[in-house]
Write a protein that binds this ligand. Structure first.
Ligand code: 13P
Length: 246
């Protein structure tokens, strides 16, 4: 059976008090269908609240939205991989489009953050994706390959998780079609396996909702979804993680 991942990126929403209420509502909706995992990426202040709500859960885990690459020190406002892990994170998003485009994070930064994540025993989820201008110029695969290489180097080992999130599809209501996404996922998978990756998991993100999740997940290249807006309501999210997949 395919294992499908449903990842919720809350971005700058849902503080610790609301996070406990959210997790209670979400967990009250019942057991996850088998063969599914849920990864929740709250803002850093809510990590511990989410992680504590998940005690004893095997297939639902918490992750950080970002980390800084230094292990500790005078870096006001930043959190290290070790601090995120101590708050209960098991995963971390690296190079999310908003980190790159709003906060000016570079390809080189993502490489340092990947290394820091692994050093702190956090499983990284590397986010890649092209802008509309790059897509229209036919540069999608070149951009994605550049982002992969900068973050992962020329050799990858073991298990790698990538989230393909076309920038033009994030928060716009315009999702990539399952076929658009599958073409890029296939190219990413080939890139990874050519460089030694043993297990690859590629999530799609960008305006995923209750309306389009079933069609996206029916595409065998799509191993799961990374969801922003449609993950903010616990009831709707509980419904989304139960989406049928053909
Ligand atoms: P939306 O689902 O709101 O488009 O956000 C996607 C995203 O950036 C998830 O990381």
């Amino acid at each position: 059976m395919r294992y499908l991942v449903f990842a919720a990126n809350w971005k700058m929403n849902i503080g610790p008090v609301e996070a406990r209420q959210y997790m209670r509502s979400f967990l009250d909706a019942g057991e996850l269908p088998s063969g599914r995992g849920v990864w929740v990426f709250p803002p850093a202040v809510s990590l511990q609240a989410v992680a504590q709500s998940l005690a004893g859960q095997e297939h639902i885990v918490a992750g950080a939205q970002d980390i800084y690459w230094e292990p500790k020190g005078a870096f006001t406002g930043a959190i290290s991989g070790a601090l995120a892990a101590q708050a209960g994170a098991r995963k971390v998003l690296i190079g999310h489009s908003e980190r790159r485009h709003v906060f000016g994070e570079t390809d080189a930064d993502t490489g340092k953050k990947m290394a820091a994540a692994l050093a702190a025993d956090l499983q990284p989820v590397l986010c890649v994706g092209e802008t509309l201008e790059q897509r229209e110029a036919g540069k999608t695969l070149a951009v994605v390959a550049r982002q992969l290489e900068a973050a992962l180097g020329t050799k990858t080992r073991g298990e790698v998780t990538i989230a393909y999130e076309p920038v033009w599809a994030i928060g716009t209501g315009k999702n990539a079609t399952p076929k658009d996404a599958a073409d890029v996922h296939m190219a990413i998978r080939r890139w990874l396996t050519d460089r030694g990756a043993k297990v690859t998991r590629i999530l799609y993100g960008g305006s995923v909702s209750l309306k389009n999740a079933e069609d996206l997940l029916a595409e065998p290249e799509i191993d799961g979804v990374l969801v922003g807006g449609a993950s903010l309501d616990p009831h709707a999210w509980a419904e989304l993680v139960r989406t049928r997949s053909a």
